[in-house]
Design a protein around this ligand. Structure first.
Ligand SMILES: Nc1ncnc2c1ncn2[C@@H]1O[C@H](COP(=O)(O)OP(=O)(O)O)[C@@H](O)[C@H]1O
Ligand SMILES: [Mg+2]
Length: 362
């Protein structure tokens, strides 16, 4: 069984993983994925693919969706990774009861070529800046609704600064977020939705602080661990980081859609790097041996494998797929044509029982 690793320019984390997994002698080997043109009926030779870079290479993202269709377990799920963004995360986490700073999604400053006023008739104009600022307060953070790597993040202290920053954001959809005047800041790895490492971090120097040199109250750390697992259970990521900014003892989650989090030896420092290499290697090997295909989460899977329960998937070729699909369609047609019995027969006004009407086939 093989685990394939898809990488960008990082050069400490992926080789450390490959060495670790290959040294585990668990009947699973790890290697870098090699691909060229991908045919639509190609099978995928990997049981698991660990993706570190498809957010920058659309060809890889498309290949990963194809691999998922063919039964491979993809970390992280490329469909969700394509669909999620920061603002959705803030809304979801708010509903889950996490502490999230007040955040407002803003209409874009500019639009792609070809979009004219006629295309924008649903937009309120002008934007109610005063109302938004009254909610969020000042200072505030203006940052992309779907960002990463600290790009296009602005701290603004007045309406004028906000407008100046907003004017530079072009076609990006931005959010305006309440400033958290934090006294503590942590970045938490979450692996397999169950293992969490809380790393104290100093955003001012952009450096990690050794765990034993940082005062972090036990209950606060427990809450961070609990919130991290909850958000990852909800979003469905196998590897992610959650960043908390702590003000008045409350850990506000401010950044938690990071499906390819930095794990480089030279940036996260050796103890944290080693932890994540260990935990991710164990997770990937466990998924290879015991895991269920990423396909199980998707509607199309039941059309391909109606005979399987949701946690299994065996693809043995195009003919099998076509056969399964046609069986699924027949089953659905049968279902539609079956008369439907109402749960309870209603008593008619005459006192007689009314016969349930048969549902017509479409
Ligand atoms: N609401 C906020 N309050 C205080 N600081 C913030 C807030 N949002 C972002 N920051 C600061 O800006 C940095 C980058 O923002 P973040 O949301 O983490 O974006 P990215 O995904 O680019 O890392 C954070 O590490 C933090 O230092
Ligand atoms: Mg961040």
């Amino acid at each position: 069984m093989k685990i394939g690793i898809l990488v960008g320019m990082e050069n400490t984390f992926p080789p450390a993983l490959i060495e670790k997994i290959n040294g585990m002698n668990a009947g699973v080997t790890a290697e870098y994925v090699k691909i060229g043109g991908v045919r639509q009926d190609d099978a995928c030779e990997y049981r698991v693919i660990f993706d570190r870079i498809s957010h920058e290479i659309p060809f890889y993202r498309s290949y990963l969706k194809h691999a998922a269709l063919n039964g491979t377990i993809i970390v992280n799920n490329p469909f969700w990774w394509s669909a999620d963004e920061k603002f959705f995360g803030y809304s979801l986490a708010t509903k889950l009861g996490l502490a999230i700073p007040k955040t407002v999604l803003l209409p874009q400053k500019a639009y792609i070529k070809g979009v004219t006023d006629a295309s924008l008739r649903n937009l309120e104009y002008p934007i109610d800046w005063d109302g938004i600022l009254a909610d969020v307060g000042l200072p505030a953070f203006l940052k992309p609704h779907d960002g990463g790597g600290w790009k296009d993040v602005y701290k603004v202290s007045s309406k004028e600064e906000l407008w100046n920053a907003y004017d530079q954001t072009g076609t990006l959809a931005m959010t305006l977020q309440q400033f958290v005047d934090f006294t503590l800041y942590t970045r938490c790895y979450c692996v397999g939705r169950k293992e969490v490492l809380v790393m104290p971090y100093d955003p001012k120097t952009r450096s990690y602080i050794p765990r034993d040199q940082y005062e972090l109250p036990r209950e606060l750390e427990d809450r961070m661990i609990r919130d991290t697992i909850l958000i990852n259970e909800a979003l469905g990521y196998d590897l992610n980081t959650v960043e908390f900014a702590v003000q008045d003892g409350i850990p506000y989650a401010i950044d938690f859609t990071n499906p390819a989090p930095d794990a480089d030896l030279w940036s996260v420092t050796e103890p944290y790097h080693n932890w994540v290499v260990e935990a991710v290697s164990r997770m990937l090997v466990d998924y290879a041996v015991n895991g269920a295909p990423t396909a199980r989460y998707h509607r199309w899977n039941k059309w391909l494998h109606p005979e399987n329960d949701e946690t299994t998937l065996h693809i043995t070729g195009a003919a099998n797929v076509a056969h399964s699909a046609s069986k699924a369609i027949s089953a659905v047609i049968d279902e539609i044509s079956k008369p439907v019995k109402p749960k309870r027969t209603r008593k008619a006004a005459t006192g007689e029982l009314k016969k349930p009407a048969a549902k017509k086939a479409k």
